[in-house]
Design a protein around this ligand. Structure first.
Ligand SMILES: C[S@@+](CC[C@H](N)C(=O)[O-])C[C@H]1O[C@@H](n2cnc3c(N)ncnc32)[C@H](O)[C@@H]1O
Length: 235
């Protein structure tokens, strides 16, 4: 029973790997393509409440914080962030309309509708630039794909907490916590804080992408086009 969640996530990971062999499923960048399944490729496995609390403690959520849960399920993380930690604004994003409905109902039931917004969309297109805390319970591939966007959009000092999945290979967590939930289930929690080095990488990756675009444009034009066309394209 206590391993059920991990088995589901393992199956999800398998689906993701199989799917990614045939279609571009991971594009956690603005303007990315919609994923091929309406319910998303990450299965719904709720984080136990005591683990949610630990994640929010690790992120040091305060009344001044804006908390985003990317893939929010039934909304338990954003609802607890608002209700128990007093976060001034919380946004839960989920691709699955059923989860969105549940999350909105939970926010209403817990009396925090005024500070909790639930958005139905693909997290690949979510603009979370107002967030000071982001929570994740996705899959390693999603974390990896989200990393550039997190670095680009989040302000310095913003905290990112992930349930069970690391952000390899670039981000090094500032804290890793092994946590046993009340039913004896084991959870690993990761905390990162947006720092100067990450922001510097945004500029470097932007320059690299521009150079790659320039090279691709040049090659494209170069194969069948003219010299002037290639130069124009590059600018
Ligand atoms: C493992 S559950 C985590 C739920 C919640 N964050 C928690 O910890 O209790 C992952 C959630 O992500 C949602 N999801 C999967 N792919 C998504 C996508 N591309 N955009 C938004 N939500 C997505 C699923 O519908 C599911 O509710």
């Amino acid at each position: 029973m206590k391993h059920r969640g991990k088995i589901w996530l393992g199956l999800g990971m398998l689906v993701l790997v199989l799917a990614s062999a045939t279609m571009p499923v991971i594009a956690a960048e603005e303007g990315a393509k919609k994923l091929g399944r309406p319910e998303g490729l990450v299965p719904y496995v709720p984080t136990p409440y005591d683990v949610v609390e630990e994640m929010l403690k690790m992120a040091d959520v305060k009344t001044s914080d804006v908390v985003f849960d990317l893939g929010c399920g039934d909304g338990r993380i954003v609802v607890m962030a608002a209700k128990k930690f007093g976060a001034k604004k919380c946004v839960g994003v989920d691709i699955n309309p059923e989860r969105v409905k549940e999350a909105r109902e939970l926010a209403k039931k817990e009396g925090v509708e005024d500070r909790v917004t639930i958005v139905q969309e693909d997290l690949a297109v979510t603009n979370f630039s107002t967030a000071t805390v982001v929570t994740l319970y996705l899959l390693p591939e999603y974390n990896r794909a989200l990393r550039p966007k997190l670095e680009r959009l989040l302000p310095l000092g913003a905290r990112v907490v992930s349930h069970d999945f690391d952000m390899p290979p670039i981000w090094k967590p500032v804290q890793v916590k092994e946590f046993a939930d009340k039913d004896g289930g084991h959870h690993t929690l990761y905390l990162w804080v947006i720092n100067e080095e990450m922001k510097k990488r945004v500029a470097e990756e932007k320059a690299k992408a521009a150079a790659a675009r320039k090279a691709a444009g040049g090659t494209k034009k170069g194969t069948g086009g003219t010299k002037t066309g290639g130069t124009k394209q590059a600018k």
